[in-house]
Design a protein around this ligand. Structure first.
Ligand code: ATP
Length: 312
């Protein structure tokens, strides 16, 4: 061995390990993007199966979509999910679970961004401005962290056209102005299509079939066409649908009485209280259910469960 080169090699190795441990140490205290960190699919599965009630389709599709996407070292486009369903059925809740499984700080992470239509884009006459801001914002954040997550809540209240501003980022480009968007995740949340989902779910119920028998193919095509043709979906005549840039339309089924009860129990546990079945029944009985005759589905899903529990 030549002493000089051995010395250089040792120096290089120690510099490298020094760097590695420094970056590890740094990431322990500050948040790091860690684009290459594999998704813990079993943790996500467990989270969805234990926490999300009555949504077999959403559980299945989200798990499949995310594991497939994150296991792919070279995705051709960012992952785009469009979540649809009645109020209080778990769309925001799932986004939170997904966010936490991708970036441990969840919605508080610097790499997870939530846009709420009525809050961030309230004025129709400012559409152009919002489009510019949105593009800048997304460009800036993806250049800081390729695996950024963007959640758009209340898509049905978004003025038509705004969302098309992000079309170039969702497309199959290797790079746009030197930035690759292919590892980013976009999640749209909307009540649009909730009526179509309810109708199908009710048809199954009336036919005496189990809700778990509903398959994605019973709903996804209706949903994408329905949303495209709905002026108040945020995706009305949107290029995102036209160009097939939305990877999955994910239906959230209306929740039944038994699911509301499960939500009450979960909330009690989360508060560290023992589950008291009398209170569970009382809270569930206070909720209102539709359709008028059968009264099967909760009007507000599980949405007001937490506040109602405060009264008991
Ligand atoms: N399917 C579900 N399983 C478990 N908990 C649920 C479910 N749906 C709703 N919840 C509970 O109810 C709360 C409100 O639901 P969430 O905000 O996710 O509804 P949403 O579908 O986003 O409604 P909206 O369309 O009105 O925004 C959640 O924080 C969660 O605690």
């Amino acid at each position: 061995f030549e002493p000089v080169s051995v010395g250089i090699a040792i120096g290089a190795v120690s510099a490298l390990t020094g760097y590695l441990s420094y970056s590890d140490l740094y990431c322990r205290f500050a948040e790091c993007c860690r684009e290459e960190r594999p998704l813990n699919a079993s943790a996500l599965k467990l989270d969805l199966e234990e926490k999300l009630f009555g949504q077999h389709l959403a559980t299945e599709v989200i798990l499949k979509a995310l594991t497939g996407f994150r296991n792919n070292k070279n995705p051709k486009k960012p992952l785009t999910l469009s979540l649809h369903g009645w109020a209080g059925t778990g769309k925001n809740f799932v986004s939170q679970i997904v966010a936490e499984n991708l970036h441990p700080k969840g919605l508080k992470s610097n790499f997870v961004h939530l846009f709420v239509s009525t809050l961030h884009f309230p004025h129709e006459q400012k559409t152009k401005l919002y489009q510019d801001q949105l593009q800048k914002w997304i460009r800036g954040n993806v250049s800081a962290c390729g695996s950024s997550v963007f959640i758009f809540d209340e898509m049905d209240k978004l003025h038509p056209g705004i969302i098309d501003a992000i079309k170039p980022f969702l497309d199959y480009y290797e790079q746009v102005d030197g930035i690759s968007y292919r590892k980013a995740i976009f999640i749209f949340l909307s009540n649009a299509g909730g009526d179509l989902i309810t109708k199908t779910t009710l048809d199954f119920w009336r036919a005496g079939r189990k809700r778990e028998e509903i398959q994605l193919k019973d709903l996804e095509p209706v949903l994408s066409v329905g949303v495209f043709n709905n002026k108040h979906s945020g995706l009305w005549h949107s290029g995102l649908i036209d160009r097939n840039l939305i990877d999955y339309f994910i239906p959230f089924l209306p929740l039944e009485y038994r699911h509301v009860k499960m939500c009450v129990r979960a909330e009690m546990r989360a508060r560290g209280a023992a589950v008291d079945e009398d209170t569970v029944t009382k809270v569930a009985d206070e909720m209102t259910f539709f359709p008028k005759d059968e009264k099967i589905y909760s009007d507000k899903g599980c949405k007001t469960v937490q506040s109602r529990l405060d009264f008991h």
